[in-house]
Design a protein around this ligand. Structure first.
Ligand code: ADP
Ligand SMILES: Cc1ncc(COP(=O)(O)OP(=O)(O)O)c(N)n1
Length: 261
């Protein structure tokens, strides 16, 4: 069985974070393991507070996994601080981790800051160069590329800027654009690939970014190349949003297991 690791924060309402990632791995029949960076008190209405784990404890979790289990792919989500990014980058390099997918989570849907401002430089310098794919949404891509994004041409320019930080490919997600179709654009330094889906009119979109990036990691673990892993993951998220669940008072979670019903 293929194995994937998620390095991310815990979401007590299980729509995003570690919990969404493990459900996504399970739905792809990939054995999921986890390293928790931060514990959030969170529900469908948003993040209330976050408690970061000490960096040495993050390191211990990474060592526990990599000295025992051969990991086929890694998904990285909430990292919170410079210290945690440094420890994660250092251990991933040391253990020669492969197929690393980074979702550079900066804010939750309700605007809670999940990555400190001073950590962004460390993300560029230490972590992005280790990644096979990074998956920013429009606001995150705008922050990383230091430019406004208002059009497809802006997205393509932002892809080029972000790729220059040293990752192998960039997928900018189009969920935050106001359009009938939701288009995600992948750039691998040579070609642009467009992944289009019909916009689903629902408020239940908690954890879409986490779910997409962990589906990509699962598909890379299964041996697919990046464009095909993204194509399959986009199909998966489309179905998971179409079947999303009306749980809680705010933004409900996706149905990770819709394919089995
Ligand atoms: N309303 C929607 N209908 C269809 N697909 C969506 C919708 N919202 C987001 N997506 C898809 O979900 C994934 C996550 O997108 P996005 O919302 O941009 O990221 P994030 O959750 O990180 O803010 C992307 O594949 C995007 O195309
Ligand atoms: C613990 C934790 N990690 C990441 C997020 C952000 O998840 P995302 O998939 O971008 O979903 P929304 O916040 O937009 O629902 C989070 N909320 N919690």
């Amino acid at each position: 069985m293929k194995k994937a690791l998620t390095i991310a924060g815990s979401d007590s309402s299980a729509g995003a974070g570690i919990q969404a990632d493990l459900k996504t791995f399970a739905a792809h029949f990939v054995y999921g393991v986890s390293v928790i960076t931060s514990v959030t008190a969170q529900n469908t209405k948003g993040v209330i507070a976050a408690f970061d784990l000490p960096k040495d404890f993050v390191k211990l979790q990474l060592e526990a996994i990599f000295t025992d289990i051969d990991i086929d792919a890694v998904k990285i989500g909430m990292l919170s601080s410079k210290e945690i990014i440094e420890v994660v980058s250092c251990r991933l390099k040391y253990f020669k981790a492969r197929n690393i997918v980074l979702d550079p989570v900066v804010f939750s849907k309700n605007g809670f800051k999940l990555l400190k401002d001073e950590a962004i430089k460390t993300l560029y310098d230490e972590l992005i160069p280790l990644c096979k794919v990074i998956t920013p949404n429009i606001p995150e891509a705008s922050l990383l590329a230091e430019m406004e994004i208002k059009s497809i041409d802006d997205i393509k320019l932002a892809c080029k800027k972000i790729l220059s930080f040293g990752c192998e490919s960039v997928l900018i997600k189009g969920g935050h654009f106001d359009s009938d179709d939701v288009v995600d654009i992948l750039f691998d330094g040579k070609d642009f690939y467009y992944f289009k889906g019909k916009r689903i009119n629902t408020k239940n979109t908690h954890g879409t970014g986490c779910t997409l990036s962990s589906a990509i990691a699962a598909n890379l673990a299964l041996g697919y190349d990046v464009p095909y892993a993204v194509e399959k993951s986009k199909e998966y998220i489309q179905g998971a949003i179409e079947n999303s669940l009306n749980i809680g008072l705010g933004f409900g979670p996706l149905d990770h297991f819709y394919l089995f019903k």
